[in-house]
Design a protein around this ligand. Structure first.
Ligand SMILES: C[S@@+](CC[C@H](N)C(=O)[O-])C[C@H]1O[C@@H](n2cnc3c(N)ncnc32)[C@H](O)[C@@H]1O
Length: 283
């Protein structure tokens, strides 16, 4: 089934943590007004949700819809061929901006003083878009990708082309930052061949190196690091993909002071509550 069809899209399971039960309520390529109406129908009965919807409307008024339309046309063939879960889903700026608004609320970015934020693997820049709207200074880093660049351009967001690499310190990025986020992380995956989903994942030592680097060089005390992992693929079993979050990484983070949500794959670590990161299990 082509990924662009509404049926394929509706059938896709949403993995978002704070989606208020909002499903894919209208076809992804509907005009923004229609997408907003569809999303709004699910949010009317709750004051906080209405407030968030108000922000979403304000944000959508800032989107350059001509740029989105141009990107849709330019990438039409690839969109049609790609799976529903490919990067092209991020052209749905209403839906993915809503997800990042919900994240901003969760992290308290909708109120208080301006913060400096580093968003790692920022994708099409929906989170920087939201952070900037709430008055924060944000740097979004990612590898080069022309489709993401196009969508980020429609949001008026710059993507800084810096790759996260195992065992390599990040360069100076204009910090230190009060908050570092990385959502739906894929930088820790290394493709091993062209075979579907064939890949290996970072070791704990490689994770420790990155976390130490972020804590020592990029985060300002008492800063916060918020990560959402992607599930890792362990092969197929009776026709089903075996997927799970990196339990060892979650365990390591928890032992070192992070608040970890095992079923959602989130790591929330504050410099103030951090215990020295260690690969060794503590007693
Ligand atoms: C699943 S997307 C998530 C995008 C965004 N964080 C979000 O939640 O919408 C993963 C992102 O990580 C980026 N990425 C992959 N490898 C990377 C690397 N080595 N360094 C930086 N970003 C990387 C991808 O280009 C992509 O934008």
């Amino acid at each position: 089934m082509p990924s662009g069809s509404p049926t394929a899209y509706a059938a896709r399971k949403t993995d978002d943590e704070w989606n208020f039960g909002v499903s894919k309520v209208s076809p992804i390529d509907d005009p923004l007004d229609k997408r907003l109406e569809g999303l709004e129908r699910r949010l009317v009965l709750n004051r906080k949700r209405q407030e968030i919807m108000g922000h979403l409307r304000n944000l959508m008024a800032l989107v350059d819809t001509d740029q989105i339309e141009a990107a849709r046309r330019e990438y039409a063939d690839r969109i049609q061929r790609a799976s529903a879960d490919s990067r092209y889903k991020y052209r749905d700026v209403a839906y993915y901006t809503l997800q990042k608004l919900l994240l901003a609320y969760k992290l308290g970015l909708n109120r208080g003083v301006p913060h400096s934020v580093l968003d790692i693997g920022t994708g099409a820049g929906h989170f920087p878009f939201v952070c900037r709207y709430f008055g924060h200074h944000v740097v979004g880093i990612d590898i080069r990708n022309s489709f993401y660049d196009r969508i980020a351009g429609s949001l008026g967001v710059d993507r800084t082309h810096v790759a996260v690499e195992p065992g390599k310190l990040l360069p100076y990025l204009g910090g230190p930052f009060d908050l570092i986020t990385a959502c739906a992380i894929t930088f820790s995956e290394i493709r091993t061949s062209n075979r579907r989903k064939s890949r290996i994942y970072w070791s704990l030592a490689e994770w420790q190196f990155l976390l130490d680097d972020l804590m020592a060089h990029q985060l300002r005390y008492p800063g916060r690091l918020y990560l959402t992992l992607n599930k890792q693929w362990h092969g197929r079993f009776f026709g089903f993909d075996l997927l799970s979050f990196d339990r060892q990484l979650l365990t390591m983070a928890a032992r070192n002071g992070a608040i970890v949500h095992r079923s959602k794959g989130t790591i929330d670590l504050s410099l103030a509550s951090r215990r020295p990161l260690s690969l060794q299990p503590s007693g």
